[in-house]
Design a protein around this ligand. Structure first.
Ligand code: ATP
Length: 746
């Protein structure tokens, strides 16, 4: 016995708590019309999770709650609890007893409890489906519902049969799998769409990161190139700067000295230039010449005077001769002698210069001419006395002149000495100047040499200064491009092509063009770096990694989803195949049972179930897109009647056919209990008996709760409950004896 107890409280007409125990295989519920019997059948539907209020004869959840009467006020909630025996573990729960309870509140809220623990409706459905208590309620046949299995279409009938065969649980699983399949497909579309949406950004980030990575590579390369370039440049500049500075020192000092010495030489030369040496010499020469002239004049005067003296002395010594004829001619010899005398006197007078000298000379001339004429006229003139006086005077003059000659000679020799001294001086001065000039030219040459050396060194130094300025700029740029690390270039080891560390000498003696080429290379790298931008920021990398991880995650997710879609597809196909197999097998069994019950009921004839193909057009335009479904049709043939169609059956015949089918369905896969609400209502006495027999057969496999007015049916029940309703509109349950029950029976 599975079904143990039903407890109703506030449900429909059961305003107060009412309990029913099902300790027999067949329980019959009897009572007058309207007493609330069908409410009990519905309370079963309710507690087992029925969602259609309509199938419980209500419009909304509230209709299921005691609505109140004049005497008893309305309730706020309705609860129904059903208790099952689970010793046989019919329910997949490790309890000997399983209690399912449903409560509905006026606000329409429902609560489900399993052994007093709140659960979901889904849990209740699953539990019941596993125990072969399907939700289509094929085991609860409400009043007038027996016909449902006949009235239903092939598709619905198939569902009822599937439910009866216990395939519901598999169908639920299949539906669940299909839902999962659909959900997974939706997820695939979503994930694909997410990936598609994110793809351009990821691609953009990827490009950025690639660019950044290239930039990092270029930076690395640039760092190495720069370190080598800077180290070489620094070493080169420092070395050659020191070298040139040292090389410059000697020539610079020498130049300084040469300049000083040149200044000295020039000073000396200037000083010698300042002296009017030539004037002094000229003056001395002039003076000497004058002194000489004076001396010569004095000497000439002295010799003239001497001549006069000797002339006079001769005259004195020679007595005057008789006069010669006055008309005698003057010989040429005498005339030439006279001319000589005049010439000599004139020369002397001219050379002496001065008026007094000229006067004296003229007087002398006049005297001489007179004397000549007297002599030529033969006039004997005794001149001895006069001559003597003249001689004395001339001798006096001679003395004076002699003194003059002596003085002039002394003066001349003094002047000569002076001249000699000046000449000597000039000669030695010129010598010195020449030496100084020689020295000056040598110094000037040296100065030029040194200056050109220094110019060359300074040019090299200024080139180095330029190189140094360039180097500093380069270093600053390097730091701003590559950060402070770029200034650590000095620790960089410069290697030869064969990989040996180069020393300073090897570095500084390299051809400059190689370093220039190196710099060009550095510039090229800088340009490339500028094009690429400075490296990857952490933020970019983080963003890219996040985007990539997300995309990879989505890709994995997609692969998982696609795999699970495939699995689900296979599972669905598998489930479908199994369901079909079980359905086909089950249907065959039901057909056999149906035929048996049918022939039992009708005393002959035949009945069968047939699978029919239903076309379910999915796409109006394409014939190919058609999904086929199967339904179930009934084929019956009444004994001795030609009636074949269901529509042509009488009410009783329909009821019997329904019962035969319901019973057949219950036989193949017996549910734990079956509730039949006045299924026997339309049966006549003979059929009621047959019905009673079938009930007994059925009760061997399933517990039966029968709501009935039929005596025959009541007679087969082990327990009888009578339902009454008093003036308060409240249904009450009471155990009744068969006779009591029969009293209300037809
Ligand atoms: P019959 O033999 O004629 O089929 P029955 O015994 O099956 O009758 P039910 O149909 O179960 O009777 O009961 C109907 C009664 O329940 C009616 O009197 C109705 O007023 C009462 N009822 C239904 N719903 C409610 C409710 N929410 N509150 C109070 N009474 C209700």
């Amino acid at each position: 016995m599975y079904l143990k107890e039903l407890s109703i409280n506030g449900f429909k007409s059961f305003a107060k708590k009412s309990e029913l125990e099902f300790s027999a295989a067949i329980t019959a519920i009897v009572g007058p019309n309207g007493s609330g019997k069908s409410n009990i059948a519905e309370s079963f539907r309710f507690v087992l999770g029925e969602q259609s209020v309509k199938s419980m004869r209500g419009k909304k959840g509230e209709d299921l709650i005691w609505g109140g009467s004049e005497k008893v006020s309305r309730g706020n909630r309705a609860s129904v609890k059903v208790v099952f025996d689970n010793k046989a573990r019919t329910f997949a729960l490790d309890f000997d007893e399983v209690q399912i309870e449903r409560i509905v509140h006026r606000d329409g809220q429902n609560e489900y409890k399993l052994n007093d623990s709140t659960v979901r409706l889904k849990d209740v459905h699953e539990l019941l489906a596993n125990a072969n208590i399907g939700s289509t309620g094929h085991h609860i046949i409400s009043q007038g519902e027996a016909d449902r299995v006949l009235a239903a279409g092939p598709k619905e009938r198939r569902e009822m049969i599937e439910d009866a065969l216990g395939l519901k649980v598999y169908q639920l699983k299949k539906q669940e799998t299909e839902r999962k399949f659909e959900k997974t497909r939706e997820n695939i579309l979503q994930v694909e769409s997410l990936r598609r949406e994110a793809a351009p950004h990821l691609k953009y980030l990827h490009k950025q990161v690639e660019k950044a990575e290239r930039s990092l590579e270029v930076q690395k390369l640039l760092r190495t190139h720069l370190a080598e370039y800077l180290k070489r440049e620094d070493t080169y500049v420092a070395f050659h700067f020191d070298r040139l500075t040292a090389e410059r020192r000697g020539p610079a000092e020498e130049l300084e000295k040469v300049r000083e010495s040149l200044t000295d030489i020039k000073k000396v030369l200037k000083e010698s230039e300042a002296k009017p040496i030539s004037n002094e010499l000229e003056n001395a020469e002039q003076e000497f010449r004058q002194a000489s002239g004076v001396r010569q004049e004095a000497e000439r005067e002295m010799s003239r005077i001497s001549g006069q003296i000797s002339f006079i002395e001769r005259r004195i010594a020679t007595p005057p001769k008789a006069a010669v004829e006055t008309n005698s001619l003057i010989s040429r010899t005498q005339l030439e002698k006279l001319v000589l005398m005049i010439e000599s006197s004139a020369e002397k007078a001219i050379s002496r210069g001065g008026e007094s000298s000229l006067e004296r000379a003229l007087n002398d001339l006049v005297h001489q001419l007179k004397t000549f004429l007297k002599h030529e006229q033969g006039e004997v003139i005794d001149t001895s006395e006069a001559d003597k006086a003249e001689l004395a005077s001339i001798q006096k003059s001679l003395k004076k002149v002699e003194e003059q000659v002596l003085n002039a000679t002394e003066e001349e020799s003094r002047k000569k000495e002076e001249l000699e001294r000046i000449r000597g001086e000039q000669v030695s001065g010129t010598e010195r100047n020449r030496e100084a000039e020689r020295e000056m030219f040598t110094s000037m040459n040296r100065q030029r040499e040194l200056e050109s050396t220094l110019v060359s060194i300074d040019r090299d130094l200024s080139m180095l200064e330029r190189d140094r300025a360039d180097f500093k700029n380069e270093l600053q740029e390097a730091v701003s491009l590559l950060g402070r690390g770029a200034s650590d270039y000095y620790s960089h080891e410069v290697l030869s092509p064969s990989g040996e560390v180069l020393n300073q000498e090897e570095m500084v003696n390299e051809d400059r063009s190689v370093q220039r080429e190196r710099r060009r290379e550095v510039e090229k790298l800088k340009i490339r770096l500028e094009e690429l931008g400075i490296g990857a920021t952490d933020e970019l990398l983080k963003e890219y990694n996040n985007a990539k991880e997300r995309d990879e995650f989505l890709a994995r997710e997609l692969a998982d989803l696609e795999a699970s879609v495939e699995n689900l597809k296979e599972l669905i196909v598998d489930m479908q195949a199994k369901l079909q197999e079980q359905f086909v097998g089950g249907l065959e069994k039901i057909t056999v049972e149906f035929h048996t019950f049918f022939t039992l009921m009708f005393g002959g004839g035949s009945a069968s179930l047939e699978r029919v193909t239903l076309k379910n057009k999915m796409n109006e335009d394409s014939e190919e897109e058609v999904e086929t479904e199967e339904g179930v049709e009934l084929n019956i043939s009444l004994p001795n009647k030609r009636v074949r169609g269901l529509d042509m059956l009488s009410g009783g015949e329909r009821a019997l056919t329904s019962i035969a089918l319901i019973f057949a369905m219950s036989q193949v896969n017996p549910p734990p209990f079956i509730i039949l609400d006045e299924t026997d209502a339309a049966l006549d006495e003979a059929n009621s008996r047959r019905y009673g027999d079938m009930i007994e057969a059925l009760a061997k496999k399933s517990q039966l709760v029968l709501i009935t007015h039929n005596r025959e049916t009541m007679a087969r029940a082990g327990i009888l409950y009578g339902i009454t309703m008093g003036g308060d509109g409240v249904s009450k349950i009471l155990s009744v004896k068969f006779d009591e029950a029969a009293a209300v029976a037809k």
